[in-house]
Design a protein around this ligand. Structure first.
Ligand code: ARG
Ligand code: ZN
Length: 873
């Protein structure tokens, strides 16, 4: 659907909504086990031009007769049968998404006939239509609570059952897929234009793992033979024009299957594994049993159209969803408070998989950079919540970086503490004990604790919000040759939670000899009290310590390093992650504490030339300067986005100028060659793009020509979009020519056009008028989350523009517009504004006004919950 006629800027302000009931909060402490089981489920989904009918047959059994409560949202109930007898409408009540069967027998067969409308389902939850014209398809998203929008059901993750699914549709949609095995397909009697397929999934699963697809897709097929000899059919479905872009994903799937066997002993359990690429999808992808549904952005990849970063992400997401088959599907969550049980562990598993596909240091750098930029920010503001929340209004609001990424960091701490063998012993026990069950975080820790009891003390990491701050200092006594390191932890007290406790914090530490540059001691310190002092004996010369190596815990570290010690570590640290880490500490001191940049600039000048030859990817990362958003998260009052931008740009300029002589020889040493997907080649491409931008910033002669040349002779998208972004960011004379060329070249490819939109929306030079123009473009579409993100979310990378009255007007109107059509996406947009109260007073007041005005307009419980938290309700 195109939206050239809907310019939000001109949109009339809607009337204030009628008074809404306070959204209901749900508490972990109120959990009760289900009172009945669903032995089996059979669905018959018939899709028509305007709507769909769904017949559900549930075999329900329990101890005693009485009322039965099912979820049933956004559907019209046409008929209900109990044990094949139609019941009249006094036998049930259907209101506010709940279907109550009054006084049903203890054990009975329930048949429900309902009508739903996937064609108008813009929320993209439940069964919905994606794409238009020839590309129309129907797909499902059921996690967390979408299944209740398809058929009446006890839609909670602790109700497990086997599913049989019949799909019927017009033959225009030859692709009919559901979970499990295909057991029958054929023509529909008396309807020659229609056909059907029946699928059966023998595994017990919760309803959130249900999926089906009705579409016209091509398929890429392959096989994988498991270590226990099962030949698994692998299929990736995509529209015909995209099928060539499915090879990267297919290879990643096979790699992930082998990796999980090798590293966790987890073997695939069905005869078929399918992946379907969908252009309209709220999130990245979904691990439905045997039938993963993917955002096209997370599965399609080709050198000409996909950057290295995105392609690497494709492999990670494929692995992530595959790994869920054990951590999520076979062992699932008892309730949605336990979301981190599957997500934290699975993110840890996909990060480990990715670390094996490139330099482990770079993987860690990228994971930590993400954690710092988003999770630390979330933990520092009004949306802070424990990794396992204890209450929520709308569970969709808790698919957060805290649950996912901080959740993964907790598992990583446990894995590091236990070491490879014991961690494997613990995970083996987890799979052995809980296979086929819906369990809790306590169960997970209890299984791991068979390897080491200390595991149990990590439960507080799941319960307590806020990022611990670890500060410390060292004391070296040359006479006694002893070094003492004192560490103190402090976590802010988040309103509404208990006073914070000291957490167990593993601090990986190395001691270097200043003279020789060698490591003289190495230890994993465990800080589990508020303050502790650790003593190292026989330290014969002046030491430099390096702490939190590989980021051994998700904490903020404030150690009283001398800047010169940090420069020393940049040269001598053997841990690649900590080399990057010290550059980040130096940069933060320069930008936030007014340190002089000289030591940092010298250290970079000394380190870069050799590193560029040895590890181009790491060299590219060493030039990182935290984004404007990340810097903002470290500022708690009087945040002035313009001043931060000016400082950040100033330092970037200083680096570029200080190293100006380096750029030309370096750029020339990294010529474009034939495309290759090795880690080395990706490193060269990453560094080349950084150097190009630096050269343009420094005003190096001819740098503009390099950029145009790189754009034109690019062998792959990393090179072409790197050049395009540099041209746009520096507004190099004539950059409009390349922008136009890029659009014309790729206009048939939505994912590339997303890049085209975001290169402009995230530009250093962007103005609100530019965003308005992008929204007015014929290719902008409010109903395609990827497109919304490529403009509206891309724009939030420029806080100095976002936090202006015009920026806020545009952004909050976008939220108001999406509140009705897609509240999941609207709510995520709101969360980005969480730290409005840290702004300088004049801007704070404006932001507050826009947020208040937004509150008057919005209706969805998703957005209302987020907005209430953001406004401090
Ligand atoms: N379980 C999916 C994943 O992380 C995420 C699905 C979330 N979808 C949603 N609508 N909240 O792999
Ligand atoms: Zn996941």
């Amino acid at each position: 659907m195109s939206n050239n006629d809907t310019q939000i800027i001109d949109a009339a302000v809607p009337d204030a909504p009628a008074h809404q009931p306070e959204p209901q909060k749900i508490y972990l402490r109120d959990y009760e086990a289900p009172k009945y089981t669903v032995e089996s489920v059979a669905l018959d989904i018939r899709l028509f031009e305007e709507d769909a009918t769904v017949e559900g047959r549930l075999q329900i059994s329990r101890d005693a007769a009485g009322d039965v409560l099912l979820h049933a949202e956004d559907m019209e109930i046409e008929a209900l049968y109990i044990d094949d007898t139609r019941v009249d409408d006094t036998a049930y009540t259907h209101s506010e998404g709940r279907l109550m069967l009054h006084d049903a027998p203890a054990t009975f067969a329930l048949r429900t006939e309902v009508r739903i409308c996937p064609q108008t389902n813009t929320m993209l939850e439940g069964l919905y239509k994606a794409g238009t014209g020839d590309e129309t398809m129907f797909v499902t998203q059921c996690e967390p609570e979408g299944f209740r929008r398809i058929t009446p059901y006890p839609d909670r993750p602790d109700v497990l059952s086997t599913f049989t699914t019949r799909l019927e549709a017009d033959k225009r949609y030859p692709t009919l897929l559901a979970n499990g095995n295909l057991i029958e397909a054929g023509e529909v009697a008396d309807a020659p234009e229609r056909h059907y397929a029946i699928w059966h999934d023998p595994t017990h699963k919760p309803s959130y793992l249900f999926a089906c697809v009705v579409a016209n897709l091509d398929v890429l097929s392959d096989h994988y033979t498991t270590s226990d000899g099962r030949k698994v059919l692998l299929e990736v479905y995509a529209k015909a024009a995209d099928i060539d872009k499915c090879h990267v994903g297919m290879q990643a799937l096979k790699d992930a299957m082998a990796w999980d066997e090798d590293n966790y002993g987890c073997i695939y359990d069905l005869d078929r594994y399918m992946i379907v690429a969908v252009s309209q999808f709220n999130m990245g992808a979904m691990e439905n049993k045997g039938l993963n549904i993917f955002n096209t952005a997370c599965v399609l990849s080709s050198p000409e159209t996909t950057t290295d970063a995105r392609s690497f992400n494709v492999k990670a997401v494929i692995a992530h969803e595959y790994f869920h088959n054990w951590t999520g599907n076979r062992i699932t969550c008892r309730d949605w408070f336990q979301l981190c049980l599957k997500e934290g562990f699975t993110v840890f598993r996909d990060q480990s998989f990715s670390a094996d596909q490139q330099s482990a240091a770079v993987q860690r750098i990228d994971d930590v950079a993400t954690l710092r930029a988003y999770q630390f920010n979330e933990d520092a503001g009004p949306l802070a919540h424990p990794v396992r929340p204890d209450s929520f209004v709308e569970i969709n609001n808790f698919y957060t970086t805290t649950v996912y990424e901080k959740g993964a960091e907790i598992v990583r701490m446990l894995a590091n503490m236990l070491g490879k063998e014991k961690f494997r012993q613990g995970t083996d026990e987890y799979f052995r004990r809980y296979d086929g069950q819906a369990v809790t975080v306590e169960d997970f820790l209890s299984a791991l604790s068979v390897a080491d009891e200390r595991v149990l003390s990590f439960i507080d990491w799941y319960r307590q919000p806020g990022t611990p701050v670890v500060s410390g200092h060292q004391n070296y006594d040359a006479e006694t040759q002893t070094l003492e390191i004192t560490l103190t932890q402090k976590t802010r007290h988040v309103a509404g939670f208990d006073a914070p406790k000291a957490l167990p914090i593993p601090v990986a530490t190395a001691v270097f000899d200043k003279e020789s540059g060698q490591i003289v001691a190495e230890e994993m310190l465990l800080l589990d009290k508020e303050t502790q002092t650790y003593r190292f004996d026989n330290i014969t010369g002046a030491p430099v310590v390096s702490l939190l190596r590989d980021f051994s815990a998700p904490v903020q570290l404030n150690f009283d390093y001398q800047d010169a010690d940090l420069a020393f570590l940049l040269t001598h640290e053997t841990n690649g992650f900590n080399r990057w880490q010290v550059t980040q500490i130096l940069v933060n001191r320069i930008l936030l504490q007014n340190h002089e940049p000289a030591i940092y600039l010298e250290a970079l000048a000394k380190t870069l030339p050799n590193l560029a030859k040895d590890d181009a990817m790491l060299a590219a990362r060493l030039l990182d300067i935290p984004s404007a958003q990340e810097l903002a998260s470290a500022i708690s009052t009087d945040y002035d986005p313009d001043a931060v931008k000016a400082k950040r740009d100033g330092l970037y300029q200083q680096v570029a100028v200080h190293l100006a002589d380096m750029w030309q020889p370096l750029y020339e040493s990294l010529p474009i060659t034939e495309y290759d997907d090795s880690a080395e080649a990706r490193g060269v491409r990453a560094l080349r793009n950084v150097v190009l931008d630096m050269a343009l910033t420094a005003g190096v002669d001819n740098a503009a020509d390099w950029a145009v040349q790189q754009y034109e002779s690019a062998a792959c998208m990393t090179e072409r979009s790197g050049a395009l972004k540099a041209l746009v960011n520096h507004q190099v004379a004539g950059y409009e020519t390349q922008l136009k060329n890029f659009y014309e070249r790729f206009k048939a490819d939505d994912l590339v056009i997303d890049l085209w939109f975001s290169a402009q929306a995230a530009s250093e030079q962007v103005r609100v008028a530019d965003i308005e123009a992008l929204i007015a473009h014929t290719d902008f579409d409010w109903n395609t989350p990827n497109r919304v993100r490529s403009v509206i979310s891309a724009f939030t990378t420029q806080p100095a523009v976002l936090w202006t009255p015009e920026g806020l007007a545009l952004y909050t109107q976008a939220v108001a517009k999406l509140d009705d059509s897609n509240p999941v996406i609207a709510s995520r947009l709101v969360q980005v504004l969480a730290r409005w109260y840290t702004l300088v007073p004049s801007k704070r007041e404006v932001a507050h006004r826009y947020l208040q005005a937004l509150k008057e307009k919005v209706q969805s419980k998703h957005v209302r919950e987020s907005l209430d938290s953001v406004l401090g309700a």
